[in-house]
Design a protein around this ligand. Sequence first.
Ligand SMILES: C[S@@+](CC[C@H](N)C(=O)[O-])C[C@H]1O[C@@H](n2cnc3c(N)ncnc32)[C@H](O)[C@@H]1O
Length: 286
Amino acid sequence: MKDQAPPLADLDYELLRRAILDRLGLDYPPHKRDLLRLRLAARLRVHGMRRFTEYYRLLKFEGSDDEWMQVANAVTNNETYFFRERHQFEQLGALAPTLAHRSDVLRVLSAGCSSGEEAYSLAMVLGNVLGGRRPFQVMGVDVSTAKLDQGRRAVYSPRSMRDNHPPPCGVDTNTHLEVEGDGSLKASRALQAQVTFRWTNLADPKLAATLGTFDIVFCRNVLIYADDSSMPRFHRSLEQLTALGGHLFLGHAESLLGTQAAFEPVRLGEHFAYVRGAPPARASHY
Ligand SMILES: C[S@@+](CC[C@H](N)C(=O)[O-])C[C@H]1O[C@@H](n2cnc3c(N)ncnc32)[C@H](O)[C@@H]1O
């Protein structure tokens, strides 16, 4: 059956691709053009439009923040699950007790947290390894308001627990995630109290800087959707968000090698993370 989405002409595609890259830092290269068409089609329907040209004009000339929120909800890829890339949570478990003296409260960020599984995974691990000896706070930030709302509701399908390995650092998920009548998983009140969610756009370093600095930043599977032109803005945000000497964890397909970002790779067991150093002198601005 043919989909109901209108065709996306070359010029409209180029204009919408550029607008999304500028605003959200996300690239839709030619092989994802049809995905962009399908994802934005619902916005055309909401506005009673039949052509992408009309929708581009709306974004360009009247594009309210609310409409851009809806675009972000539509075009972001939000795939996530509890304890994804489990080994990084094991590394965090080994690292966190050694960092705990750095500030009164250990501040930990899930940057690009999607629906919150990563943020709650961080809180479960930190609760276990710090054992109440050191207070910590986890913040999850994302550009998708729909996913942040789910994080605040804290209710997940069993698929969010799709990693079949035992949870890292001896975490007992039964004490943190309650099984509801319909099989869904709900974060306990105690776990929810350790995690807050905030909206931000990581492609806008000025906005990201308002969140303060964090001792540990997980920013995984976010940079893979940026391109060369938007990547420096994400790097700048990560520099501002990571305290001097703080640790940054990226996803396995992501790296800062060969960039100007103020991080040094550091070996943690068989893998590595990044430590925030002093920023390099920069001639350009982002
Ligand atoms: C694939 S998910 C990764 C979720 C989680 N970090 C993980 O690894 O499981 C990527 C998330 O990054 C968010 N994201 C993409 N661009 C962003 C931006 N400019 N600012 C904030 N969040 C962004 C998306 O909305 C999405 O929820």
